[in-house]
Write a protein that binds this ligand. Sequence first.
Ligand code: SIN
Length: 311
Amino acid sequence: MTSAAASGSATAALPTRFCGIELAHPIVNGSGTFDAIAAQRAFGPALVEQFPFAAFVSKTVTLAPREGNPPPRLWELPAGLINSIGLPNKGLAGYLTHDLPELAALPVPLIVNVMGFTRDEVAELVSAFAERDEVAALELNVSCPNVETGLIMGADPAETALLVERVRPLTDKPLIVKLTPNATDPGAVAVAAEAAGADALSLINTIRGMALDPRTHEPWLGGTTGGVSGATVRAVALAQVYDVAGRVSIPLVAMGGVQRGRDADDLLRAGATLVAVGTESFRDPLAGARVADELTRIRRPDARPGARARG
Ligand code: SIN
């Protein structure tokens, strides 16, 4: 479906198979950290021609439209960010009408991330995307820390299993379950998701955190608490990926503080099949391509710039 040339990186030549999907290299984006539609408007066709990721993971889609959390939504840390975005999106109908046609035109496979507040809601979302040929795979967000219920379905192995069992029969597309690090034992959730029929797991989502306004000493974020990401969570991500990889046999999409090819290489060595770049794309929208190129130089020191992937 895609080629190294279409994957955005000039030199990345690390063909990777993930849940039956052929990718030019193992670097994708973390859901919600790269707006491909806005980026196209900002950077023009060059962005599509040199798309920075080997597959595109969409921002979370919910059944109904959401405004998201009140501002402020971000707090910068010495080595990362706290976000309290709250899943703003157009809702399923708006996504299908407005976003899907544009995202389907990207030169890489599309993975749609969905979240519901009940199992029935998730089932409706999965059923709707199951029929869409434009969608290569689905990611179930059971791990957002920024919703008003405060409920994280994926913090509990039994809840996660019930959800995956409910939606598994609704689609043949690969189902990726996005795990939360805000669980007593993320590895137990991973095992439950695999047993219930997940095809892959992604981890880690953000770690719950907060900041106080230095003047008022009240919570800074409109949502009071938020999710910590960036380099500051990298060691946590590596430990959780290593643990989960030892407990399941399905492929992992690993993320958490990836800024360099070396960080991606560490996560692959810990057992991941794909690596997502998230917070780093806020600073450098082409970070994904840079990480892929650096990773290629680490893994294939013989690869020449401009060399195409074989296979
Ligand atoms: C958000 O929109 O609040 C972040 C998404 C997530 O953490 O899953």
